[in-house]
Ligand binder design. Structure first.
Ligand SMILES: [Ca+2]
Ligand SMILES: [Ca+2]
Ligand SMILES: [Ca+2]
Ligand SMILES: [Ca+2]
Length: 277
């Protein structure tokens, strides 16, 4: 029993050393950096405490056509239009990585008519879509994982067709009640927790999307959304444990990690781990 406790502490120390080595290696490869915050990097947008600027920054291509890539950054706890309604900042960058100008998109700014409601957490995920409506201007998708279409906190994703100044020209919502999506989303599922641009998977000439439902440390679902030319959903494929060809054992792996972490914590606190015999 005691030997096992020592073994687990040794494993924990090895893990810490390994994580340190990996992160050191990653940071050693960053040639230079530019911090962008409420006080640095040329960003003059008004951020409030609790906005949590920095969620899901996405490469959105060169939106304003000045030759520099631009980014969109979520602030899901922004309070425009209500508490934790959320927002996205489009940041037009200079070649040195500082912010040239910015445009906020929220319930009250950026010509976005939504509607967004308090608690939607718009901006929890952000993905560049390329020029999705083929007007020559980059577009983005934004997750609002606590939207309430069809039930409490079912979630939604918004396709935003942008103008070159970062304001919204038009939009398409995809949720359990909008955008042609017929997948079953239950209350609390948080559709739009994550987002991804897939390209044209099924070869019909229209780029397809991926959206995730799920919560921290729960087995989630990836929804592959096959899109129509009018930006509604034509069909979908769920990928989850035992579904969509995925045979990974999400529950067992996640619970093994949690169990191991609990053992380490308890052992460090002076308890012995449970015996397997
Ligand atoms: Ca640009
Ligand atoms: Ca476009
Ligand atoms: Ca909600
Ligand atoms: Ca397609």
């Amino acid at each position: 029993m005691k030997n096992r406790g020592v073994l687990i502490i040794a494993m924990a120390m090895m893990m810490v050393v390994a994580i340190f080595f990996v992160t050191s290696t990653i940071f050693a490869q960053v040639a230079d950096h530019q911090k962008i915050s409420s006080t640095q990097g040329g960003f003059t947008g008004a951020l409030d405490p609790g906005d949590e600027f920095g969620w899901a920054p996405g490469n959105i291509g060169d939106l304003d056509g000045d030759g520099n890539t631009d980014i969109a950054v979520g602030t899901p706890f922004d309070d425009d239009g209500g508490s934790d309604t959320g927002a996205v900042w489009v940041l037009f960058l200079n070649s040195d990585g500082t912010v040239k100008t910015s445009q906020k998109i929220s319930a009250t700014q950026g010509s976005f008519s939504g509607p967004l409601d308090a608690g939607d957490e718009f901006g929890h995920s952000v993905a560049g879509l390329g020029d999705y409506d083929q007007d020559g201007i980059e577009d983005i998708a934004v997750g609002a994982r606590l939207d309430d279409d069809g039930g409490t906190n079912t979630g939604a994703i918004w396709l935003l067709f942008l103008n070159t100044d970062g304001t919204v020209k038009a939009h398409q919502k995809i949720s359990s009640t909008e955008g042609g999506f017929t997948g079953v989303i239950n209350g609390g599922d948080g559709f739009g927790h994550g987002l991804g641009r897939l390209g044209d998977i099924d070869g019909d000439g229209v780029d397809d999307l991926a959206a995730a439902t799920g919560h921290f440390m729960e087995p989630g679902i990836i929804w592959v959304l096959f899109m129509n030319p009018d930006h509604t959903v034509r069909d979908y494929q769920r990928i989850s444990q035992g579904e969509g060809g995925f045979t990974g054992d999400i529950d067992a792996d996640a619970s093994w990690v949690m169990t191991w972490m609990h053992w380490v914590t308890l052992t460090v606190m002076g308890f012995s781990p449970p015996s397997s015999s």
